[in-house]
Design a protein around this ligand. Structure first.
Ligand SMILES: O=C(O)CCC(=O)C(=O)O
Length: 398
């Protein structure tokens, strides 16, 4: 795909409009506006009006049509946004999330039609992807993919490399009996299954991700270049159990510039699902891939997850401790349902008056280096502290 935008990444190009338009059904009836949940009746005429504006124009819509489409997008997004934020997330109807996604879609299309710089269109797509529900065969993901090559690439920052290591990373403190997690180089599937997966023993795998493109390509500059303008949810605060912890939507560039100094397919192409996942019973599509990107000192408090996990380290090092699920009662899980998978103990500075049995829990630890993959069995408690700017990818599988 050739880049056709101007220096600001403007969309003032008939070729770009044609490319974007080709992502939508050819005929107006094809864009059914079908919703998978109930919404108030007043919304449907707005959706239909936006659709007919889009299909009424032969070729790229003119300025007046683009402005009308933008106004409808604003109304659809504002109205559904209220519904999205009216109660607990799990109670938000899918229909309203789809209305929000349509609002974002019409807004992004209006931006392209108006020939404006593309950053806002990309932001609208990202908001729809994050807060909306899929419509038209995930059109927002396809649209953002089409727009991205037309955006300007951020200039690399002077001399900065992601791998700069803070030499005086605080040493992990040893409180109890500690055992090192064993390391293994490219074990066969059978060996991994029989000695680690079946008995549910953690292991650090080496050499498995050496060929992944991310090992050569990923750096902070690279993230700024390929994803700087993408909006992502960012967790703010040292650990999610802190009072002042919060989440905010911001662009990758803002996050990197403000806090370091998902959902991005370009980065996904640089990793592979470890072959060992085929030993599970689930389908490959059911594997959840999460990216963990943050500055040195970021802590994931001791917690457990309901699936097997391969935590693959790409940039920076992480200090990791593992506790067996058999030790759960010595780890004092929070009582509230929402934090029931999280220990109350600050594992590197435990309050032994409040949590005296914590010393009874044996743990294994490692410093996970770039290129290593840690196998964390189902429900194994894990505590993670990044020792410097770090990027890891986890694969939750069953
Ligand atoms: O790397 C981290 O900070 C946390 C990783 C984690 O908790 C997970 O992969 O489940």
């Amino acid at each position: 795909m050739a880049a056709t935008g101007s220096a600001e990444g403007a969309s003032d190009s008939p070729a770009l409009w044609a490319e974007v338009r080709a992502l939508l059904p050819r005929a107006e009836e094809g864009l059914t506006l079908a919703l998978s949940g109930e919404v108030e009746d007043c919304v449907l005429p707005l959706l239909r009006r936006a659709r007919s504006l889009l299909y009424g124009a032969a070729g790229r819509p003119g300025a007046a049509t683009a402005a009308a489409l933008e106004r409808l997008s604003d109304v659809l997004r504002d109205y559904s946004w209220e519904k999205l934020n009216a109660g607990p997330w799990r109670e938000v109807g899918k229909g309203w999330r789809q209305v929000y996604a349509y609002g974002c879609l019409f807004g992004a299309l209006a931006e392209v039609a108006a020939g404006r710089p593309l950053a806002r269109a990309v932001r609208l797509c990202d908001l729809g992807l994050l807060m909306g529900a899929s419509v038209l065969d995930n059109v927002l993901a396809r649209l953002v993919r089409a727009l991205q090559p037309h955006l300007p690439r951020a200039a690399p920052r002077d001399g900065a490399r992601a791998q700069s290591v803070r030499p005086e990373a605080p040493p992990p403190c040893a409180v109890q009996h500690e055992e090192l997690i064993p390391h293994l180089r490219c074990p066969s599937l059978e060996h991994f299954r029989d000695n680690y997966l079946v008995p549910q023993r953690p292991v650090v795998l080496e050499g498995v991700m050496d060929h992944w493109p991310c090992m050569k390509k990923w750096s902070v500059d690279y993230f700024c270049q390929v994803a700087g303008c993408r909006t992502v949810p960012v967790e703010l605060g040292a650990r999610y159990t802190d009072e002042e912890w919060s989440q905010q939507l911001m662009t990758v560039s803002d996050f990197i510039s403000q806090y370091i100094m998902d959902e991005i397919p370009e980065l996904k192409e640089d990793i592979s699902i470890p072959d060992y996942c085929c030993l599970g019973e689930g389908e490959e599509d059911d594997i959840t891939i999460n990216a963990w990107f943050g500055p040195g000192g970021t802590v994931s408090p001791l917690h457990q997850d309901p699936q097997q996990n391969f935590l693959a380290q790409v940039l920076g090092r992480k200090y990791i401790r593992l506790y067996s699920p058999q030790d759960s009662e010595n780890l004092y899980p929070h009582e509230s349902q929402i934090l029931h998978n999280t220990s109350q103990v600050d594992v590197e500075d435990p309050d032994l008056v409040k949590f005296p049995n914590f010393t009874k829990a044996a743990f294994q630890s490692c410093i996970l280096m770039p290129g290593q993959i840690l196998f964390i069995p189902v429900k194994y408690w894990h505590y993670v502290r990044s020792l410097e700017l770090s990027f890891s990818v986890s694969f939750w599988w069953s």
